[in-house]
Design a protein. Structure first.
Length: 57
């Protein structure tokens, strides 16, 4: 339903749920060391974001 509303409001259709952790950090439970990970957005996510920005969404 949300993707249909998004398409109706902006003309942009997302093929899937746009859920992604770009940055994740936590303290390792045994060592106490801080762990951090970064991941770029998937290409379809980036394309949807760019289309939304262009549509003013």
């Amino acid at each position: 339903k949300a993707t249909a509303q998004l398409a109706s409001d902006t003309g942009v259709h997302a093929e899937r749920q746009m859920l992604h952790a770009r940055h994740l950090s936590f303290t390792h439970p045994r060592s106490g060391e801080r762990k951090s990970f970064e991941a770029a957005w998937p290409s379809d996510f980036e394309a949807t974001l760019n289309a939304l920005r262009a549509a003013g969404g």
